[in-house]
Design a protein around this ligand. Structure first.
Ligand code: SAH
Length: 403
């Protein structure tokens, strides 16, 4: 039986021809063959020329998740297996991942697997599902991953917000039940460049640990010799511990989550504590309040790291998010010693690198500080950016020397 056919409106075939994996409902002229949500469909241009094949979901704004642009490639079990194996093979050849046992094996669209994230924490695999297409393929995906990396445990998670978009508001019970899994109650231990970290898979954020910042933690550590380091939005202290390993004299982690900070304390102990001349503090506070208080006092830092959560989730929030980034960076700069270092990030995909740089510039102007970009940072290599899907690039960071 041949798949149902989605015919595009005239002039709306460009993104599909350019292999963009998302097809929006607004580009569709008609759907023939009455596919059910979750079925495989062929996509043609408005004259009937075959363009691509994917999985349809008419409840969602992204009506088709495009999977192949090769006419003879069927979306069957072997298709999902091939995609999983290819994703794993790419990372096995990646020298940047040799020093860690915490790896993102699958990064959604960038690996041709929309809606699937697979993070491995020392053999404990966390799967995050955010599309109907990935949910449908879940049994095959789980088998393929099990065969390829033999995890000792698989934890499934749902991305509630995105799944709601997929299912027009309500995530069906079957999906919820398939994806709500009991994670290990005890944190799992991973290693990253000679350091050890506990990762809480039961209640942690994201899938448990910010793997995307892996290389950046090492970059930042290089500036920390003898420094007083403020690690704002510290989560479980990963930047802070790398800073200590890099010879920081003092590290202050600030986060609003007491639970994250409790792990930051345990992570310190796990790595042998501090040397005699070092100190390590964890402060539970709102970073904005904390920085304002700090600014009014005399204490200053040599390195300030700002790694806030996502401020903008969609384009409508860019303006408000820009103001928040600007305020944060302005106060952040004001507590840096002259000649010190600001490490500032944005993980909002809709705030691009050029805009982010402008925001940091405005912050510097308002703070009355001169800032020079000395390094540009991005997400780690197991979060690659497929060029036909530039939206995959979300993390950007600047290391600036602040006079
Ligand atoms: N740098 C961390 C990841 C930071 S994630 C790492 O490398 O592991 C963002 C963190 O900001 C979360 O831990 C969250 O608890 C915290 N957070 C969010 N809003 C905050 C606020 N207003 N003040 C303090 N912490 C906040």
């Amino acid at each position: 039986m041949s798949p149902a056919v989605v015919v595009l409106k005239s002039g709306r075939d460009r993104s599909v021809r350019q292999r963009h994996p998302r097809l929006f409902a607004s580009a569709i002229k008609e759907v023939s063959g009455r596919p059910k949500d979750g079925d495989v469909v062929d996509v043609t241009d408005n004259k009937g020329e075959w363009l691509a094949r994917g999985v349809i979901n008419q409840q969602a704004q992204i009506a088709v998740r495009l999977l192949t642009w090769q006419h003879d490639e069927a979306i069957d079990e072997t298709f999902w297996q091939r995609r999983v194996h290819a994703a794993i093979a790419r990372r096995k050849r990646d020298p940047a991942l040799a020093h860690t046992d915490a790896i993102r094996w699958v990064f959604g669209e960038s690996d041709g697997l929309p809606g699937l994230i697979a993070d491995d924490y020392a053999g404990c695999l966390v799967l995050e599902i955010s599309t109907l297409a990935a949910w449908r393929a879940l049994p095959v995906l789980v088998d393929a991953l099990s065969e390829a990396i033999a995890p000792r445990r698989i934890v499934r998670r749902m991305d509630e917000e995105r799944l709601q978009h997929e299912f027009g508001g309500m995530v069906p019970r079957a999906v919820r039940e398939a994806l709500c899994d009991e994670a290990p109650a005890e944190p799992v231990e991973i290693r990253e460049r000679g350091l050890r970290f506990l990762v809480n898979l039961a209640g942690g954020q994201k899938t448990g640990f910010y793997l995307d910042q892996r290389d950046n933690r090492a970059r930042v550590a290089a500036y920390c010799e003898g420094a007083a380091v403020l690690n704002a939005f510290s989560y479980t202290g990963a930047f802070g511990l790398h800073a200590l390993a890099g010879g920081a004299r003092r590290v202050v982690n600030v986060d609003s989550s007491g639970e994250a900070l409790a792990l930051a304390e345990r992570n310190l102990a796990l790595n042998g504590g501090v040397r005699a001349e070092q100190c390590y503090e964890c402060v539970e506070a709102d970073v904005f309040d904390y920085l304002r208080r700090l600014r009014n006092g005399d204490e200053r830092f040599d390195v300030v790291i700002l790694d806030p959560p996502k401020f903008a989730h969609h384009p409508g929030q860019i303006e408000r998010a820009s103001r928040a980034y600007k305020d944060l960076n302005r106060v952040g700069m004001s507590v840096i010693n002259p000649g010190g270092i600001l490490v500032t990030f944005s993980c909002s995909g809709v705030v691009d690198a050029a805009l982010f740089q402008k925001i940091v510039f405005s912050a510097a102007l308002e703070a009355g500080r001169e800032a020079r970009v000395i390094e540009r940072l991005t997400q780690a290599s197991d979060h690659p950016v497929l060029l036909s899907f530039p939206e995959a690039e979300y993390l950007k960071g600047l290391i600036c020397r602040i006079e």
